[in-house]
Design a protein around this ligand. Structure first.
Ligand code: ZN
Length: 552
């Protein structure tokens, strides 16, 4: 039997309402043996007292229930986004706020790698922050280099802008028939490549990004970012290994190691290859994959994507539609296919999380869940509305009756709240977007998320957004949708665990649960709410093993 380790701390927030704060936690076999007074912890027998957290605050391990493994790969790409962003070394990479700054950074990279014929690939560019400028095109990038191909990957991961050298290298001309090759007034490609088919034309750049996605180094970096941000479990909402045993093995080889700092849950997007396979076959494949689950790397269920993004004007909006701009609303999955796709998964009791950005999608998904339940009862399904940005009170009332959960994209308030107010949906709907207080009031269990790499991973920031609802310009957007710090902490611990069917194992600190902690410098429940995002992170404990954050 493993020796008992006892961790006293300045404050321990258990999120267990039967004993909300305790003096110490005893750990054995990777699990919480006892939470209580130091004497009670010692009474279990032979032990060592580990004082390293004596001046720190322990909360239950924070769970990011909607992120992407691209967060690791993105950290390996030079960053050119608008906002300052944390890097894997624990430091900050500063945002770039002018085209001149962007072009200077690209010139620097060109000089640093002079002589290489590899394309220059950078990530994080966000065009919505440059609405006062003309759209970024190849003409801008051509000022950096006429010979070296350049690929500027946008923050959305749906678009890229390339220079003329890249267009020439891959023979992307006015005759291109692939949809998504944007054009200038004369019909010539202007350098913007929209969505995967068009971006795939610039294959020399895409190969670099794809290689990074399944690169052990990117998986390592992802784990270190989790420790730096206090995340003990991360759910990848678009895992790609469903039919790729080699990539699954690679993930297991890295994540299953005792010294890997996070648990990774993989939620798979299902596809059926042409040639007679059915959704039932895809559901069988997913069930078989779950047989390889380990303590650290597990299958989380099905991901369905219904529409696009609000800030890209590609979300499907109900009446009266967008406030300004052109409605490019896009069904990624046709509403009449949702039932056929989801039915075999639901019948096998595989939990389903569905991306719903625009408010038109939410009715589609709730209707589908209601029909699935009429056909085959699964009372504890916990099917979830992901993003849930524009879910209304009447939706939440139906979701509560049907046993559905929500995962709300609160980081939007800070990153795009001003744009939603002024450009995409207008002031009234912007005030009620990311409706955490309404979800709470109507009795829907919810979590909140970063969608990293879309916005940076870090639950203190995500909690800060839900509690304060302050935009980048300093405006409070929707004061009545603010929630308490305690509700926000519950959302990123027990709320996330519940919608992952893992609340028996994670989410609170009590006897029998995993010894997963987030270790902080201050208590997020008692600091000034405006300082929650500034709280220092010592690191994490995962399965009883401490992982310190990297400091610059
Ligand atoms: Zn996502």
């Amino acid at each position: 039997m493993e020796e008992i380790a006892i961790y006293p701390a300045r404050t321990i927030v258990t999120m267990d309402p039967t004993q909300p704060d305790v003096e110490a936690i005893a750990v054995r076999d990777g699990r919480v043996l006892a939470a209580g007074s130091l004497e009670e912890c010692k009474s279990w027998g032979a032990h060592r007292v580990d004082d390293r957290f004596a001046d720190h605050v322990i909360v239950p391990g924070m769970i990011e229930a909607h992120a992407h493994s691209l967060e690791g790969a993105f950290a390996l790409l030079p960053y050119v986004g608008w906002f300052d962003r944390h890097n894997a070394e624990g430091g900050i990479t500063h945002g770039i706020r002018t085209y001149d700054g962007l072009l200077d950074r690209l010139r620097e990279l060109d000089a640093e790698t002079a002589g290489s014929s590899e394309p220059i690939v950078v990530g994080g560019f966000d065009p919505i922050y440059f609405v006062d400028e003309e759209r970024l095109t190849r003409d801008h990038l051509d000022r950096v280099s006429a010979e070296r191909p350049i690929f500027v990957f946008h923050a959305s991961a749906h678009l890229a802008t390339v220079n003329t050298a890249m267009l020439v290298q891959h023979e992307i001309t006015r005759d291109a028939t692939t949809p998504g090759v944007a054009r200038d007034g004369d019909g010539e490609p202007n350098g913007e490549l929209q969505e995967i088919p068009a971006m795939s034309l610039a294959i020399s750049a895409l190969v670099i990004i794809l290689k990074m996605m399944n690169d052990p180094e990117a998986i390592e970096v992802l784990g270190q970012i989790c420790a730096n941000q206090g995340i003990t479990t991360l759910t990848d909402l678009a895992a790609s290994g469903l039919r790729d045993p080699a990539s699954q093995k690679l993930w297991h080889d890295v994540v299953d190691r005792d010294d890997y700092p996070a648990r990774i849950l993989q939620r798979h997007v299902a596809t059926i290859p042409p040639g007679g396979e059915t959704w039932a076959d895809a559901a069988d494949v997913m069930q078989q994959l779950a047989a390889d689950d380990t303590d650290k790397l597990r299958t989380a269920g099905l991901k369905v994507i219904l529409d696009g993004s609000i800030q890209g004007w590609t979300a499907k909006m109900d009446w009266p539609g967008y406030y300004t701009g052109t409605d490019h609303g896009l069904w990624i999955t046709a509403p009449d296919q949702v039932l056929d796709m989801c039915r075999p998964f639901h019948q096998r009791m595989i939990n389903i999380h569905t991306h719903c950005n625009g408010d038109l999608t939410i009715d589609v998904w709730i209707d589908a869940v209601e029909q699935l339940l009429r056909e085959s009862a699964w009372l504890d399904h916990r099917h979830t509305v992901q993003h849930s940005q524009l879910t209304k009170a009447h939706h939440f009332r139906r979701m509560a009756r049907l046993g559905m959960c929500a995962n709300i994209f609160t980081n939007h308030i800070w990153y795009w709240g001003d744009q939603h107010r002024d450009l995409t949906i207008g002031p009234e709907r912007a005030r009620r977007m990311e409706p955490c207080a309404t979800a709470e009031r109507e009795g829907v269990s919810f979590s909140i998320h970063s969608d990293a790499n879309v916005t940076p991973l870090g639950h203190l920031h995500t909690m800060w957004c839900a509690v304060n609802r302050v935009t980048a310009s300093g405006r409070v957007l929707g004061e009545y949708e603010r929630i308490s710090a305690e509700s926000a902490l519950r959302a990123v611990t027990l709320g996330a665990a519940y919608q992952l069917h893992a609340d028996d194992e994670f989410g609170t600190l009590e006897c029998g649960k995993a010894a997963d902690f987030t270790v902080l410098e201050e208590n997020p429940l008692t600091v000034d709410p405006m300082t929650i995002r500034d709280i220092g992170v010592w690191g994490t404990v995962v399965g009883g093993i401490p992982f310190a954050a990297k400091r610059p």
